[in-house]
Design a protein around this ligand. Structure first.
Ligand SMILES: Nc1nc2c(c(=O)[nH]1)N[C@H]1C(S)=C(S)[C@@H](COP(=O)(O)O)O[C@H]1N2
Ligand SMILES: [Mo]
Length: 496
């Protein structure tokens, strides 16, 4: 037998080959069928709400990367240990690989989008790992020696091989093909182009329209669903008189409308940035529902994504005249892949988890009693209208600013109702009205600006908004679970 470090490395090499070979196989089957992706996805679905909220709060955009790194480190630690043990009993190694393969295969099969072939990457990976294990752990030549010796050169070769296979699998399984198809899409002009808002230009203030590259992203997808427009079908199913099907072309060939709508996430904390305003191009959802003929009692419109995620929207919100859209375009481009290419839903006034299904492949008419969508099954509210929100964008918290004239500015939103008033106060003094940017309607956020004469010292700035119904944001701070945060945003700065 040789030393523990080299044996640990041999264990890593076997696991590395297994994972990399599986990744390569998954590039041919489906990116979501890779064992790492599948196990990660199962963990995302199983993570209890407080942990998920913590992850989003703490890691934000990187929560998925953190999960992958966590799985990778756990796997590496286990592989190193098994590598050491396998010197004495090679069966430990084979058992561990079999376990890895079975776990990966079971996780892959459990995914909503899975087909039988989804077990293949895990099995291919386990087989490749076993092959390398057999090659690396040799019986010693000398008579009477026990255990196995690790072939050092083989370990290096296997590690290099894993690296090459992993990189190839990652590349081939990437979004290149979809990105190319997306690049070839030519969106038609809208038949009905809604008004275009114009924003204030204040240093540090959120821009009126959010560029696609800066738009917040929230979803459960560890690997981006890859949907080619040529293969795309949108099905309207469930409690309808006439189930319908539309290709991507069918949708583009309809009369499209373009609307500016601010969407936001229920997980957005007071002062948070999980919201964005875009110009969405799409088909009015009400028209499709009308054509399908919605049956009585179907009060829930369930959007289902390519990867099996679901959101449930009140039927009334899809047909009451608001701009509920089956969207294909975002700020003049086909939807970016991260934002749902080729097709997603957008419904003004409702948090994303109950309305904004990305990679949309099915609209199922159901009742709220029949069906609980993804987050409702995890105890978030079944109905979730967006709460009035205001945020101070500038000055930034804990900054030292100059004294005298200072722009205090931010955005506020109350989709479907509209923002009527934003007030600011300093050090819990009297509320003062901020100047409001003009808006085109109730469904976009509204920028606001207040000129402050800052005196030397430390100050607390607070903002609160009032919607056009006359309701002012409550001071009571509640966390996002189960139907959205409330409370006033405050920022502490020092003027000197
Ligand atoms: N397929 C799918 N669509 C989804 C989600 C998801 O997890 N999967 N998350 C929703 C949530 S919670 C929000 S807030 C919005 C965010 O849309 P964006 O990432 O384009 O900003 O997408 C919604 N659509
Ligand atoms: Mo969300």
């Amino acid at each position: 037998m040789n030393g523990k470090p080299i044996a640990a490395l041999a264990g890593l090499a076997c696991a590395g080959v297994a994972v990399a070979a599986a990744q390569l196989a998954a590039a041919a089957v489906a990116p979501g069928s890779a064992p790492l992706a599948a196990v990660g996805a199962v963990m995302v679905d199983a993570t209890p709400e407080p942990v998920k909220a913590f992850a989003i709060r703490t890691f934000g955009f990187y929560d998925k990367l953190v999960l992958f790194i966590g799985i990778g480190l756990a796997l590496a630690a286990a592989a190193a240990l098994v590598g050491v043990l396998a010197r004495r009993r090679i069966a430990v190694g084979y058992t561990a690989l079999a376990l890895l393969g079975a776990t990966g295969a079971a996780a892959a099969l459990s995914r909503p989008a899975a087909a039988a072939a989804w077990v293949l990457p895990s099995l291919v990976g386990a087989a490749a790992g076993a092959l390398v294990l057999g090659l690396l752990y040799r019986r010693p030549q000398s008579i009477g020696a026990s255990g196995r010796v690790v072939d050092r050169r083989g370990v290096l070769l296997a590690l290099a091989g894993a690296g090459v296979m992993g990189a190839a699998g990652w590349r081939l399984g990437g979004t290149g093909e979809v990105e190319t198809a997306r690049g070839a899409v030519r969106l038609p002009e809208p038949v009905d182009a809604g008004p275009a808002g114009e924003g204030l230009d204040v240093e540090g203030l959120t821009s009126y329209l959010t560029p696609n590259a800066e738009f917040y992203r929230v979803d459960t997808a560890l690997v981006l669903p890859q949907v080619l427009p040529d293969d795309y079908t949108l099905r309207v199913t469930g409690r309808v008189d006439r189930p319908l099907e539309f290709s991507y072309r069918d949708l583009l060939d309809r009369d499209l409308v373009e609307r500016e709508i601010t969407i936001s996430c229920v997980s957005n904390e007071v002062g948070g940035t999980l919201a964005g305003n875009a110009r969405w191009l799409g088909v009015p959802l009400a028209e499709l529902l009308e054509e399908a003929g919605v049956q009585p009692g179907a009060d829930q419109v369930v959007g289902r994504s390519h990867d099996g995620w679901t959101a449930g929207t009140p039927h009334s919100a899809c047909t009451d005249g608001r701009d509920a859209l089956i969207a294909v375009g975002m700020n003049g481009e086909p939807l970016p892949i991260e934002h749902g290419f080729p097709v997603r839903m957008i419904v003004p006034g409702l948090y994303g988890y109950v309305s904004a299904t990305k990679w949309l492949v099915e609209i199922e008419l159901a009742s709220f009693a029949d069906f609980d969508p993804y987050w409702v099954r995890r105890d978030w509210a079944a109905e979730a209208p967006i709460k009035t929100f205001s945020r101070i964008d500038t000055p930034k918290p804990l900054k030292t600013i100059g004294t005298g004239r200072t722009a205090v500015a931010g955005v506020a939103w109350a989709q479907q109702r509209g923002i009527e008033r934003v007030e600011v106060r300093v050090d819990e003094g009297p509320w003062a009205d901020a100047e409001l940017a003009p808006v085109i309607g109730p469904d976009t956020w509204r920028q606001w600006l207040w000129e402050w004469d800052a005196e030397p010292g430390r100050h607390k700035l607070e903002a609160r908004a009032t919607d056009s119904v006359g309701d002012t944001q409550t001071a009571e701070r509640v966390t996002p679970f189960p139907d959205g945060a409330t409370g006033w945003h405050s920022v502490v700065v020092t003027a000197a």
